[in-house]
Design a protein around this ligand. Sequence first.
Ligand code: SF4
Length: 389
Amino acid sequence: MSELDSNLMSALREAADDPVGYAQTWKARHDRRVVGSFPMNFPAELVHAAGALPVVIQDSGTPITEGRNLLAEFYCGYTRSVADQVALGRLDVFDAFVAADHCVQLLGAVDVIRWARPDKPLHFAQFTSAMDDAWTKPRVAGRIDELENELEAVCGAVTAEEVATSIRLFNRNRRLLRELYDLRRSGRARITASEMQTLVKSSMVMDIEEHTAALVCLLDGLDVAAETPADLVRLHLSGHFCHAPRPEILDVIEESGVLVADDDLYTGFRYISTDVPESGDPLDALAQWYLDRNRNAPCPTRVTIGVDWDTYLLDSLDKSHADGVVVLMAKFCEPHMLYYPELRKALDARGIPSLLLETEHEGNPVETLRTWVETFVERIRRRRVLTLA
Ligand code: SF4
């Protein structure tokens, strides 16, 4: 049962469910620009510093129609949905688009925007993916400079102080969200997986100060003394890049007598894992953030020597005391498919039960998923009994 203020949560859910509607209302109210960005590495602080609303473009729940002719069926649902939304004019509220790459399929979606909306400013910053080379940080800093210049062309001049202010605002928001993660992990507050998704997803699309004010109220009203029922199986949700898994999947998981204790989902802890340094040159700080993020929540699209997702995942399980892992994988997500065998090997070697659920844009067989999850949870329960015997 939820402990979060229901009125505040429904306001956040409304923005998370309809980011374009939120952007239209915000634009009309503030008479300022809105800029759409693509996951997973774009620093929203830059757009905010330019006086515009940064919005991470989300997957749409509607079936893909026009987009079918623009990207092949073997592109992931997110990129096909973006192509569809652009072709149907549903992203026309955005005054510009920005991306910091990580994936070939995303490039396809960016090309569709260039083709469908040739007049719309679109800046694609190629961030280096090998993180340890001596030239990586200066190159990333160079890309961030270019991004700033492009944004200035759309929104007007940006000062270093404005970037520093935006960094502080976004750090505060991330810290509050991580506080909620800590409370959930420790079992001192009950926050469901779909509520956590709403909290993070709304932070990706809303005015950051408005969102932070809502988080402060939610935290103030939260009953942190609540006890977590001991019989619930604790799970970690892993993966699902670029867009949020459908809430019905999260509900099916939790309806199986499960407590989601932690996650490394993109629309989850991955998005808020890392703060931007608040001292020094703010643009350099954004480049440092990019490097730091891959240490805090490693991504298979990036390479940092001595850092890998499987070790990070095992460490996270130690902290959250999760009994098992549900890997949520968007169908045709190549980086995830390529890395998954490593994850599975590491979990198996530790004897940690895991379940892979592949999600589809076109709809998920909820009752089949329910059977799989219930069987998985039962397996964990029996293991517990055997361990105690
Ligand atoms: S990382 Fe995966 S989900 Fe994201 S654009 Fe690439 S294929 Fe799609």
